[in-house]
Design a protein around this ligand. Structure first.
Ligand SMILES: [Zn+2]
Length: 301
């Protein structure tokens, strides 16, 4: 059995919201087994929003969660770090509507989680193991999950720009692989989009400190962290968005030209196609010989 995990202690940081430009304090607190990842707006009387597809609302260049009058924006990079480091249960508290962008990657959140330390809990973790392919296509965008013994992601992107016409990468996720290969990859935008975003009241906190900005002839930042930092960031994003299914996924996720709207719609589709997966207590747990137990686990969710 792999046990659920939370943080050993609470930890906080201060940053700014990418889109709002507002200063925000983020605190991540331990939570009991089975609680899942939940967000709380301290400035709104402590109302909570679980990080699940049922509460997705407001996809505008970032993934938002909404419940009643409470909205939390730009949750994906923090969720990506939490699930990739095997954190099942935490309460994330904010005093503003947006998770701070930090440096545009998940590396600062990895640092926070490592600083807080990890505590193993007594309840078993349940993985969502893919049994048959699930696919969603929207125009030239496509995302699928296939059966696999491990969580793997293959992502490909294609833009009409000389710097990143095509990038593709496959990674088998582990805590170390995420920390070394994916977490440092920063979000990116095109210079010609920045003005449009600003006119919509978005990206007000954006700068070369928290995003790669791609101009017509090159990047405006000093250097990339990886030659293919762009596709690595898309992998970071899709891991965070898929966290909204509420369980670590055991399967091979393959995406082409996706974005937050497609990722989160797909996460909802996965939960709807409940004959395409089962919940197991270990990634390698055999299925066929123990259908009754698997069904019992699923029904108890
Ligand atoms: Zn992102």
């Amino acid at each position: 059995m792999n046990a659920q995990r939370t943080l050993r202690r609470s930890i906080s940081c201060v940053g700014i919201g990418l889109h709002s430009g507002k200063r925000v304090t983020l605190s991540i607190r331990p939570a009991s087994a089975g609680a899942g990842i939940r967000f709380r707006r301290a400035d709104l009387g402590g109302l909570e929003v679980p990080a699940t597809v049922q509460h997705v609302g407001g996809i505008n260049y970032a993934t938002g969660l909404t419940r009643d009058a409470v909205h939390i924006d730009t949750v994906e990079h923090l969720l990506s770090a939490l699930v990739s480091l095997g954190i099942d249960n935490v309460l994330v508290e904010l005093n503003s509507p947006e998770v701070p962008i930090m440096d545009g990657s998940a590396a600062p959140f990895v640092y926070l989680i490592h600083e807080a330390g990890v505590k193993t809990q007594s309840a078993p973790r349940r993985y969502l193991k893919i049994l048959r392919p699930i696919t969603m296509t929207r125009g030239d965008k496509r995302i699928s999950l296939y059966p696999s013994d491990h969580f793997k992601v293959t992502y490909s992107i294609a833009y009409d720009h000389p710097l990143l016409r095509h990038q593709s990468r496959t990674i088998r996720l582990s805590e170390d692989a995420f920390v070394d290969e994916i977490a440092p990859a920063r979000t990116f935008t095109f210079l010609k989009e920045v003005e449009m975003l600003r006119q919509q009241g978005l990206a007000l906190g954006g700068s070369l400190e928290n995003a790669i900005v791609v101009g017509d002839t090159g990047i405006l930042n000093n250097a990339l962290r990886f030659d293919d930092e762009f596709v690595r960031h898309k992998i970071l994003d899709v891991i965070g968005d898929m966290a909204l299914v509420g369980h670590p996924v055991i399967g091979h996720l393959v995406a082409h030209r996706g974005g937050h709207a497609l990722h989160t719609a797909f996460a909802a589709q996965v939960l709807e196609e409940s004959d395409a997966w089962t919940l197991v207590e270990a990634p390698s747990q055999p299925q066929r010989g123990d259908v009754a137990a698997a069904v019992a686990i699923k029904e108890s969710v």
